[in-house]
Design a protein around this ligand. Structure first.
Ligand code: NZQ
Ligand code: ZN
Length: 385
């Protein structure tokens, strides 16, 4: 196992009716800005619950954070928050709102041009406002991590950044808030979580037994509960399991002490920035191809994954590996998430454009061995057509 340091300061409030816990965390004298997306929280009652909980607080709002939150929109929020003397942010929504608030928290106190937060991948952040999160869409893990992905629409780029100063102070996870999700967003959350786990698990063995078993347990949970969430949309326990699975999938625990890949995510980001595909849909397209093209490097973990997660014990090695990758692809399809570029009306002519963007963003040596070059990504995308 590799050496590691792990520290996660985010307090989680989990379960029914726990939105009111925000008052335990946000200081009574805070000047709070509640940040949200396109309005789903007004339709499902979450907005009212938060407003009610924060009665008596100094509270203003900034709505309109879009999926794949943009630098341009968030800077409007920063301007508003500065003008109002805001000193505490509360994200209410999905991963995009949580990510957007992380950026705003850093940008509010940034000395210099906040675009540097993105160009430095977060390294230039020296301070950030405190913030919390009321999560309504499980998947990204943003509620309990220090990462964020921001889109610069002007240059069609999705840029990830991270810094330990942008961990949420707390996150409220009430699975009932997810009951209003459209099936496509439920499926996106399951696929995103699945691929987060694979990015940290499906690399090469370092004898990280706890991390492996933990990751396999989370994958098995998704395989069991994902389809149930679509078939039994009112089942609270299914939603609760998926919500906790998503948080544990990317809060630092399963990734500590093991190699990590993330090439699928980086290629996916370019597809979203160029063609507007949902984040999870890009992952469902890219992951199977990424595994097929990199079988040689990932052989041992693919065999372990096939056996422990999918129960594949028969056939020679290459048949078992093919079967494990095919099971993965079919699982995404069973969640109603298509896994081929053509299903999204994309053809081979998109490939050089994606490669050019990867080069422009310095994404030329990806993966756990830093050997996923644009040339290799070309083969991956050809496999995904
Ligand atoms: O904007 P509103 O009206 O709220 O509607 C949203 C949005 O249209 C809707 N929604 C959210 N909760 C709902 C709901 N609709 C009904 N009922 C509810 N309870 O769902 C739509 C999608 O929301 P969004 O927040 O964009 O989705 P998601 O949570 O999948 O977030 C995606 C973003 O997270 C980034 C992605 O790149 C993408 O930008 N990621 C962040 C990560 C991180 N911080 O660690 C890791 C991930 O890999 C990912 O890259
Ligand atoms: Zn993701």
């Amino acid at each position: 196992m590799k050496n590691f340091v792990v520290h996660n300061p985010t307090r989680i409030y989990f379960g029914k009716d726990c939105i009111k816990a925000v008052t335990k965390e946000i200081p009574k004298n805070a000047n709070v800005l509640m940040v949200y997306g396109g309005g789903s929280i007004k339709r499902n009652g979450v907005y009212d619950q938060v407003k009610q909980a924060l009665e008596g607080y100094r509270l203003t709002e900034f709505g309109g954070v879009e999926p794949n939150p943009s630098f341009e929109t968030l800077m409007q929020g920063v301007e508003q928050a500065r003008a109002e003397g805001v000193d505490y942010l509360l994200a209410v929504g999905g991963g995009s709102v949580a990510d957007g608030v992380k950026f705003m928290a850093a940008a509010m106190l940034y000395q210099g041009d906040p675009v540097e937060i993105l160009t430095s991948f977060g390294k230039s952040i020296k301070q950030a406002l405190p913030f919390g999160c009321v999560l309504t869409l499980p998947g990204t893990g943003s509620e309990m991590n220090s990462g964020s992905v921001i889109t610069r629409s002007s240059i069609k780029a999705k840029l990830p950044f991270s810094n330990s100063l942008v961990f949420p102070q707390f996150s409220v996870l009430d699975p009932t808030t997810t009951l209003s999700l459209p099936p496509a967003q439920v499926a996106n959350g399951v696929v995103d979580t699945y691929v987060h786990i694979m990015e940290q698990y499906l690399t090469y063995p370092v004898d990280g037994k706890v991390q492996d078993r933990f990751a396999e347990g989370l994958l098995l949970t998704l395989i069991e509960e994902g389809p149930r969430a679509l078939a039994e949309p009112d089942n609270y326990d299914v939603r609760a399991n998926l919500m906790w699975c998503a948080t544990l999938g990317l809060n630092g625990l399963i990734g500590a002490g093991v190699p990590q890949d993330w090439a699928t995510h980086m290629v996916g980001h370019e597809l979203t920035a160029l063609y507007g595909l949902d984040h999870a849909k890009t992952l469902a397209i890219v992951l199977p191809g990424m595994l097929r093209v990199r079988v040689r490097d990932k052989r041992e973990k693919l065999l372990q994954y096939g056996e422990r997660v999918w129960g594949i014990n028969s056939g020679d090695e290459s048949q078992r590996i093919d079967a494990a990758i095919e099971k993965t692809r079919r699982f995404f399809e069973s969640m109603q998430v298509p896994t081929r570029l053509k299903a999204y009306r994309l053809a081979a002519d998109c490939i050089p454009v994606v490669l050019e963007q990867l080069r422009a963003h310095g994404m030329v040596a990806l993966g756990e061995h830093s050997d996923v070059t644009p040339e290799l990504v070309q083969r991956v995308l050809e496999d995904c057509l």
